[in-house]
Design a protein around this ligand. Structure first.
Ligand SMILES: *Cc1c(COP(=O)(O)O)cnc(C)c1O
Length: 358
């Protein structure tokens, strides 16, 4: 299904070259154009346009503000060696957006229409994709229920928009390893809940545990399963892998874990890199034992924002375990280089993962 998108001209534009020449951080600076469209029962998706990045005007009673009917996606556009711009497996993001929409009783958007919106927006924003090492144009598609009504029910009107932010790297320390701690008191998501959906509500549930971890000197929280507080699920907003020499273990998608596209890519790449992969539930007791005995040689987390991040300290019940020598290990480093190499077009894209918009 194709949609009609109009481009609303804009009086004043910021100079992307000037913006990109300054420190970017993560998600602090925004490109000056956005995509948006509306949905209602009668017209389905309509009024699709690319317009100036600007504040939204919403009724204070809009459902999003009271019952958190919101979903989002996160993907990146990379500057390719020939000056073009590519997205990494964006159809999986579009499909996941629709899976999240079904779970939160929101309208789906045909994958083709999502691709069309991304392509047209990124062509307009071509000068906003940075080319410096580790940098990219982070893309945030978002859908919110906007009907002004305080009764608890799904909205009957929705706004979908896409904003873009040129970014350098996700973690302040760059590729430096992170210190992480399990949370015994709080959980991110329970089976049957929203854990497998990319919903803002999951992040609201995670803030307090992250704050507690920070005050104790840790960068991220390792989430355990909600029922037994025993099995490792995720790390912050990323999936987590445990390296046993040449074997990679990660939790299966239990229903409370977000099905990461980076996770899926690593599961597909690793066997080609002489690594074995297995999806199995890992108890935190086994993990701490295996770190201390040296069986676990590396731990890393993965997600679009930071790609791959090494874990140096894994803390459980107040005891710190150092992973390997505390530096990013060879498997983590190889996977990071392989993934970012494919994403930026420096390595051959044998899986056809890159979607060129330009
Ligand atoms: C987005 C996200 C991930 C990573 O997914 P990618 O598709 O790899 O970016 C992992 N966990 C959570 C909770 C997330 O929100």
């Amino acid at each position: 299904m194709q949609i009609t998108i109009r481009s609303v001209p804009e009086a004043q534009k910021r100079n992307p070259k000037e913006v990109l020449s300054k420190p970017l951080g993560f998600g602090r600076v925004f490109a000056d154009r956005m995509f948006r469209m509306r949905w209602n029962e009668k017209k389905s998706w309509h009024d699709a346009e690319i317009c100036a990045y600007e504040p939204l005007v919403l009724d204070p009673a809009a459902l999003i503000f009271h019952y958190a009917q919101e979903i989002f996606e996160g993907l990146k556009a990379y500057r390719l060696p020939d000056g073009g711009v590519g997205l990494f497996r964006p159809k999986l993001n579009a499909e996941r957006m629709n899976a999240s929409a079904r779970r939160l009783v929101m309208p789906e958007i045909p994958v083709e229409a999502q691709m069309q919106a991304l392509t047209m927006l990124l062509r307009e924003l071509k000068d906003w994709a940075p080319s410096a090492e580790g940098s990219s144009l982070y893309i945030r598609p978002t859908m919110i229920g906007v009907t002004p009504v305080l009764g608890v029910r799904p909205a009957s009107d929705y706004l979908y928009y896409i904003i873009c932010s040129p970014v350098s790297g996700y973690f302040e320390k760059g590729f430096a390893p992170v210190k992480v701690a399990t949370s015994e008191e709080y959980v991110r998501a329970a089976a049957g809940g929203l854990g497998a959906s990319k919903a803002g509500a999951n992040y609201a549930a995670s803030l307090l545990a992250a704050k507690v971890a920070k005050t104790k000197g840790y960068d991220q929280v390792v989430w355990l399963d909600a029922k037994e507080h025993r099995f490792i699920e995720e790390m912050g907003g990323m999936n987590i892998f445990f390296v046993y020499g040449k074997q990679l273990l990660t939790s299966p998608l239990t229903g409370s874990i977000l099905p990461g596209i980076t996770r899926d890519s690593i599961l597909k790449l690793a066997p080609e890199m002489d690594l074995e992969v297995e999806e199995c539930r890992l108890s935190v007791d086994k993990v701490t034992r295996d770190i201390n005995s040296g069986k676990i040689t590396e731990i890393f987390a993965c997600g679009t924002a930071a790609v791959v991040t090494a874990v140096s300290i894994f803390s459980h019940k107040g005891t710190d375990c150092q992973v390997g020598n505390g530096e990013p290990g060879p498997v983590t480093t190889r996977l990071y280089n392989q993934l970012t190499g494919i994403q930026t077009g420096k390595l051959a894209d044998t899986h056809g993962w890159t979607f060129r918009v330009l």
